[in-house]
Design a protein around this ligand. Structure first.
Ligand code: FES
Length: 179
């Protein structure tokens, strides 16, 4: 004789629930459909990742093109900057501050003025020949822009300049980016 609890369970599961009438499932093909759906799902996810990666790549390409679009500009007349002095100027199309230093008669260097730690403006310290950041006492070599001490971990962005008889020109970046 059949256990009454077992019989009640069997009867219960014989009944077709309302949702199953509306959305009938072919039990034999159920696992195939699930596998196919799973593969379709994986395909969609992969496509999503691929599209996202492509978008990021295109964006970075666009951004780097934007960043590299520097305009040549005259910074200052050579004779207007004395040996050992500095001159702060702005890259016009980027509105980014930069600092030009005259190290000797014919030696000029220029760097982005924002400290690579937390973006405070660096100042030229003539006696020590350093670019000093007063915010957290960081310092960069005045000739190379390399970190000397303090919290910054990266050198200052270095500008490419041309020294001509009629003035000092900014022509692009030698190291790093300003933005
Ligand atoms: S912002 Fe320059 S050392 Fe911190």
């Amino acid at each position: 004789m059949q256990d009454p609890i077992e019989k009640r369970l069997q009867d219960k599961y014989k009944e077709v629930p309302k949702w199953a009438e509306d959305f009938p499932i072919d039990q034999d093909r159920d696992s195939n459909v699930s596998r196919r759906d799973f593969i379709r799902y994986l395909g969609l996810v992969s496509l999503g990742f691929f599209t996202g990666t492509l978008g990021m790549w295109a964006k970075s390409l666009f951004r780097s093109e934007q960043v590299h679009n520097y305009k040549r500009m005259k910074i200052i007349d050579k004779e207007d900057l004395k040996i050992g002095e500095s001159y702060v100027f702005e890259i016009p199309n980027l509105k980014e501050p930069a600092i030009l230093v005259r190290l000797s008669q014919d030696e000029f260097v220029a760097f982005g003025q924002k400290c690579t730690h937390l973006q405070c403006p660096v100042i030229w310290k003539k006696d020590e020949k350093i670019l000093f950041c007063p915010c957290h006492k960081g310092a960069f070599n005045g000739a190379t822009g390399d970190v000397l001490y303090g919290p910054p971990e990266r050198p200052l962005p270095k500008l490419k300049i041309e020294v001509l008889s009629d003035g000092i020109y900014f022509v692009g970046m030698e190291r790093g980016e300003l933005v």
